[in-house]
Design a protein. Structure first.
Length: 582
């Protein structure tokens, strides 16, 4: 069969997601010609990759006007409307879906060998007061007879560049099916939803509201926005995809982490670092260790012996007097390091940033410091440090292997130390106080993605800023050129710029189109501990105290005074009326 595929791509961050590459790899063998139409700018490197690996035949770059239908129209113009009938079938699809979950070849054979089918798709939408019955437009395939018809040619030649999505839905998505059925053509779908059970659904759109039914009926594509809209069941959907198909769900995690916030709960369930082994020779690795407590240096040097890769060690400390002590410990361990005295401002973070000229020469950087806890009990700092070492220092070989194997991995952080699961130190109120400093740094770094830190109840962070990172992933932080006068003196307030940086690392990497992974804590604790901790309160009823500092300030308090009593009175009247009637 001589088949043509018109494939429309769009990415709001102007990148090429890995799920798109996988999709093209799997779809390519079915088609004689594949036209890739991008409604968003795509780099020359990505274009070269697609064409160099023979994933596409033609590349069309266009503005995002008229959405998918105008793009498909332009693809047909590129081929020539008079030449479309040279193909046995023409398929139009876009990259708004993950898949194929299963081999598409049997589906094409089934529909192409059925004389009762002139065009087909994945799912259809039943007739409602608003819409006619139609195939949903994320995937449509037309036979030679349809393509040659006046109805098909008239429809596509007259597609306009609408600027509103609803206009495209009203005039094109809902009309392409009726235009062809009115001309006498017949269609089928992989999953005919017209008579399917809609119990519990807000709207009879199975492709959006019912991913469970999509999998049950073996629809080979699941829409991107469906994953986002069904986050409460997404962990189970991903698990089911793994059980029933060979589709790599990491592609879903990767894409969803980049186009939305990277720390949704269903994503975090997939962020644990997996064991890996790669050739680390030739990798340029730097390790930065801030040594405030010289008596703890030996503990780190012992842990560094587990490294199976070459690395350069950079040590910073606060005062010149400690240099000779550090040199003595290094000599005893036959270890060399570049030592810098950076002062006692900015704890471990500012000293690292001061090494910009040195660290920017490396591919990967590990950042650690000699952690003790002067503010809390001995065991707070002791457990914290030892667990962080066990999560990020000792397993460094497979951490770096993950970096090598996954290009879009920019950051590896530690899991939550046990001390913070036994004790409620980080809470929404305290985190909210840090959000303004995070917003300020975000703007100063000139980040591209929009994010409202004030709306976050808490943040995913590497406690203590222990972290492995690809230098490019955190480049904006180093380019910020933070000065000592930008950091408050000790003792630090709870919402300092350093606390903001500790919480920003994951999101900086996200803005740079990098994902992150979490190195699991070997200290296993039952989640019942978290349940107990998070539900602690002083009485049996929810607290009624409202803090208006982060609920609108004076305006919020004024609205509360007016709206609260009004709602209370409405409730009282409603209950009294009910009692009178009964």
């Amino acid at each position: 069969m001589k088949r043509l595929l018109l494939y429309v791509h769009f990415n709001k961050y102007q990148s090429l997601s890995s799920h798109v590459i996988y999709q093209l790899e799997k779809m390519r063998p079915l088609f004689s010609r594949l036209v890739f139409i991008s409604n968003s700018p795509i780099s020359a490197k990505d274009q070269e990759y697609l064409q160099g690996n023979h994933l596409i035949d033609d590349f069309l770059q266009r503005e995002n006007i008229g959405f998918d239908f105008a793009a498909w129209r332009d693809g047909m113009n590129h081929i020539g409307f008079e030449n479309l009938a040279d193909y046995d079938s023409i398929t139009v699809m876009n990259d708004t879906c993950f898949g194929p979950l299963w081999d598409m070849t049997p589906i094409y054979h089934r529909f192409e060998n059925d004389p009762e089918i002139d065009f087909w798709g994945m799912t259809n939408f039943r007739k409602t007061a608003a819409f006619q019955e139609h195939i949903q437009s994320y995937y449509l395939s037309f036979s030679k007879e349809v393509v040659s018809s006046q109805a098909f040619q008239h429809f596509w030649i007259n597609v306009q560049n609408y600027t509103a999505v609803q206009d495209v839905i009203d005039h094109y998505e809902t009309q392409v099916t009726t235009s062809l059925t009115d001309a006498g053509f017949k269609y089928k779908t992989v999953f005919d939803t017209v008579d399917a059970d809609t119990t519990g659904m807000l709207h009879p759109d199975f492709s959006y509201y019912n991913p469970t039914a999509i999998l049950k009926h073996k629809v080979p594509f699941i829409k991107v926005k469906t994953i986002d809209a069904n986050q409460h069941i997404t962990p189970y959907i991903l698990h089911q995809i793994e059980l029933e198909s060979e589709y790599p769900v990491d592609l879903i995690v990767s894409h969803m982490s980049k186009i939305n916030h990277p720390d949704f709960k269903y994503l975090l369930g997939r962020k644990y670092l997996q064991p890996a082994q790669a050739d680390l020779s030739g990798q340029k690795v730097a390790v930065h260790l801030h040594v405030f407590y010289v008596d703890l240096l030996q503990e780190f040097l012992d842990a560094f012996r587990a490294f199976d890769f070459a690395y350069d060690l950079f040590i910073t400390t606060d005062i010149e007097a400690k240099r000779s002590e550090i040199e003595a410990v290094l000599a005893e361990n036959q270890t060399s390091a570049a030592i810098f005295v950076t002062g006692n401002i900015g704890r471990d973070v500012l000293p690292m940033l001061k090494l910009k000229e040195q660290l920017e020469q490396y591919d990967y950087v590990g950042h650690f410091h000699t952690k003790k806890s002067k503010e809390a009990d001995f065991w707070a700092g002791e457990s914290w440090r030892k667990e962080l070492i066990s999560m990020l220092v000792r397993p460094a070989n497979h951490i770096l292997s993950n970096f090598v194997q996954h290009e879009d991995l920019g950051l590896v952080i530690a899991d939550i130390p046990s001390f913070f699961r036994y004790n409620k130190i980080v809470d929404a109120y305290n985190e909210h106080q840090i959000a303004p400093a995070m917003k300020d740094l975000w703007q100063k770094m000139g980040m591209q993605k929009s994010i409202d830190f004030g709306a976050f109840p808490t943040f995913v962070m590497s406690y203590g800023t222990y972290v492995w990172f690809k230098y490019d992933a955190l480049k904006p932080l180093f380019d910020l050129d933070l000065k000592e006068e930008d950091v408050p003196a000790e003792p630090l307030p709870q919402n300092s710029v350093l606390h903001a940086i500790e919480r920003l690392l994951v999101y900086i990497a996200w803005d740079r189109q990098y994902d992150f992974r979490i190195s699991q804590n070997p200290v296993a604790l039952t989640p019942f501990i978290d349940n107990k901790l998070l539900n602690e309160r002083g009485d049996a009823l929810p607290h009624t105290y409202v803090n208006f500092d982060h609920l609108g300030g004076i305006k919020g308090a004024a609205k509360y005074i007016i709206i609260g009593p009004a709602r209370a009175m409405k409730y009282i009247v409603k209950r009294l009326m009910h009692k009178m009637k009964s």
